[in-house]
Structure formats: C-alpha cells, structure tokens
Design a protein around this ligand. Structure first.
Ligand code: MN
Length: 411
C-alpha cells in the first residue's frame, strides 16, 4: 500500500475574537485580533513545507456567519496557495459553520472537497489508496448520532473518518453528534479525524481516534500549545502522529503562593520570578497572555483585597518589565487570612465590630450607594464592578477583610 502524510486540523474559528483583553491598555490588539488567521497561515505553510499529500479540516473552520466577505476571501486565498502546491483539502462543517448558520457560501473552490450535509460522503484518492468518509452538520443543533450512518471500511485502502462530535460528552462542549468510541471502532477505519473538542487528545491508537484541539487559543480556557496533527503513513500503516504547535499567541495560568512573602515587595519578587518562568516554560517564543492567581494563607490577605486596581497595574508593570511578549489578562486574589491561631482570634474579635450581613444591610447599601455608582466606570475597580452588579455579599467579604487588616494595624 501507499506511503503518504496528511495534516488534520479542526476548530479554526476564523476571525473569532480573542476574549478578555479589551479592557487592558497596551495589549497588541492587531496581533491578537489577527491571531486566528495568522495561525491558519502557519498551517498552510506547514502543509507546503512538509509537502503533505492532503489536509483535513474537521469542522468549525468558521466561528459563525461572516461579518463581511473578508473572511471568505481570506480563506479562498489560503486555499489558492495550497492548490498551487498541489495539496487538496477535505472540509467538513461543524456546529459553528453548519450549512444553516453560514448564509454566504463560497463558489466551489478547485482544491477544496466538502462533505455533504445530507448523507455520509466518501472522497477517494486512488493514487494513495485512501478513502475519506464524512458528513457535515446541516444545523448547529445536531444531536443525531452521525457516526452510525457512516459506511463500512473499504477493503484494501486506508480509511479515514472525519467527524465533528462531542463523543460521549465533554463538560465544556455542547453534546453535538454524540457517539461512543465503540461506534467508531466498529467501522473498521484506520484513522478518525475528529473535531469539536478544543483540547488535543489521542483517545486511541488502534484505530487512531484523534482530536487535534483548536488551532489558536482564544481565551484563558484555551491555554497551552495549540495546533494541528501531522499523520505519517508508511505502506498503509500509521508510523507517527505528531501534534504541531501552530498558534501565534498563547494563554497560560500562573499561580503564585503568597504565603512566604511578608510584604508587597517580596510578593512582587515572587510574581516576577513566576512570570519569567511561565514565559520561558510555556511561551515557546510566542506572546503569552497570563492569568495570575495569588493563593495561600498570608498576612497580606487584607492588604491585597484593599489595593485593587493598584495591584493590577503594578503586576502589569512587572509583566512589561519581564518581556514585551508578556501580558496580564487578569489577576485573581485567592489568598486567605494567616493560619496563625493568634491572628484567627484577633480576626474573630474584630468580627464583632462589623455589622451583620443581613438582607436589610444589603438593601441599605444598594440605596445608599446607587447615586455614587451611577457616576463611576465599573472598569475603574473590580470591587466597584461587583457593587454595580449588585454583588454586595462579595463587596462585604472583600471590604471587611481589608478593614480587618487596617484595624489590625502594623502586624
Ligand atoms: Mn464545534
């Protein structure tokens, strides 16, 4: 049988916005806004450089209906580059780019072979002894088990199944086109090119069942290296399946234990060290968007609750100083009061000085602060934002911790 290579990508979500950065000054917005296209450019370059025999896109190429024709023209140009290199593309529609979602269709492109929405369709590459089976989503809300309708493996060729599916269900992903791994195994194919789940996973090796993950992370929930999968087949057998990182901007969570810092300067030192380590370890030469979480029992707890936007600005400065490629997406203060029994007692004593958090107090706060909140931009301070949203219980928790710290004086 033949030897060949192909690239398997999914969940490109072209021109999807990268969320959670708009509120922060100084973020390279052009770089961030163009990230899904830049990552797709890298996919095309990887296909041409490696001279792969074909490319499979397993759903959610688009994020939804195009805002304008620019998205379609961009894709057409990219397909033209692949076409001139003699590399065909097999394209399946997922929930985000289901036939009923995309109102403006492209004309049939020479190098692109799409899968029908009406029934499973098979594309054959006789020169490679390959058959590629797939069925596109007609509608976003597809809860039918599409896999069971796929044809049995064709004898004497390398069979690939392309499917956009949540499989048995993933908490973070809508349960579209559900099926079991056993449904897939039963078809007798050699490789299942899946899409929909944004985390890369090789679920099985006989046969291969693979989620490439999405091509470019778009928010803090899509962290770590993102890209596509390169499959190398020799004499009809899979020799290697390799994840190629193709993302151009990366997201990471960084936790800093504040319990060993006795003052803010020491804490900032710990933060600086952690930021540097995350850029070296996870950035891999790319701009890194970091969500920083402070944890641990610390005497700084009340102070950290109190400093609000100052803390955020300080950490942004530390990030900027560390590298021009490092950006703070958000800072979360998840610290708690010190474990020292003397301090716990002291906190209990102070608790009696604070009012009961009952409903009448919450109501009074709402009324008292309404005129004040009307004149303040919620972005100014996360605590003000909580108040504006009516989350007074949170405001009281945070401010009483800060108050305890102030009353406790110079501990
Ligand atoms: Mn999807």
């Amino acid at each position: 049988m033949a030897s060949f290579t192909f690239l398997h990508a999914a969940d490109i979500h072209l021109d999807s916005p990268l969320r959670g950065l708009s509120r922060y000054d100084g973020v390279p917005t052009d770089e961030v806004r163009g990230a899904t296209r830049a990552a797709f450019d890298r996919l095309i370059e990887a296909a041409i450089e490696r001279q792969v025999d074909f490319v499979i896109l397993a759903g959610d190429l688009y994020d939804g209906d195009w805002r304008d024709m620019g998205t379609g023209l961009y894709f057409s140009a990219a397909m033209g580059r692949l076409g001139r290199a003699g590399i065909p593309v097999y394209l399946l529609a997922g929930n985000h780019d289901a036939a009923s979602v995309i109102t403006k269709a492209l004309p049939a492109l020479e190098s692109v072979h799409t899968f029908s929405t009406k029934k499973p369709e098979t594309h054959r590459l006789p020169h490679l002894d390959v058959a590629i089976h797939g069925r596109s989503f007609a509608d976003r809300e597809t809860f039918e088990n599409l896999a069971v309708g796929y044809p049995a493996a064709e004898p004497g060729v390398f069979n690939i199944g392309v499917l956009h599916t949540a499989l048995g269900g993933y908490a973070a992903h809508a349960n579209y086109a559900p099926c079991s791994e056993q449904d897939l195994v039963a078809k007798g194919y050699d490789y299942w090119a899946l899409g929909h789940v944004h985390e890369h996973a090789v679920l099985r090796r006989e046969p291969y069942i693979v989620f490439p993950g999405n091509l470019q992370g778009r928010n803090i929930r899509e962290q770590g290296a993102k890209g596509a999968v390169l499959v190398e087949v020799e004499d009809g057998h899979i020799e290697r399946v390799t994840h190629l990182p193709l993302d151009v901007v990366r997201w990471a969570r960084v936790d800093v234990d504040a319990s060993t810092a006795s003052n803010l300067d020491e804490l900032y030192g710990r933060i600086r060290t952690a930021l540097r380590a995350s850029l070296d370890g996870q950035g891999d030469g790319r701009p890194l968007m970091v969500r920083l979480t402070l944890t641990g029992h610390t005497e700084l707890h009340g102070r950290l609750q109190d400093v609000g936007s100052t803390l955020r600005d300080d950490v942004r400065s530390l990030a900027a100083e560390t590298s021009e490629d490092l950006w703070l997406e958000k800072i979360e203060v998840g610290t708690t009061v010190p474990l020292d029994p003397a301090n716990v007692l002291e906190a209990d004593d102070l608790e009696e000085l604070l009012p009961e958090f009952d409903d009448s107090l919450l109501e009074a706060l709402r009324t008292e602060f309404a005129p004040f909140l009307a004149g303040v931009a919620p972005e100014a301070d996360s605590l003000v934002a909580e108040a504006a949203d009516g989350n007074w219980a949170t405001v009281l928790d945070v401010s009483s911790a800060a108050l305890r710290d102030r009353l406790g004086g110079s501990r």
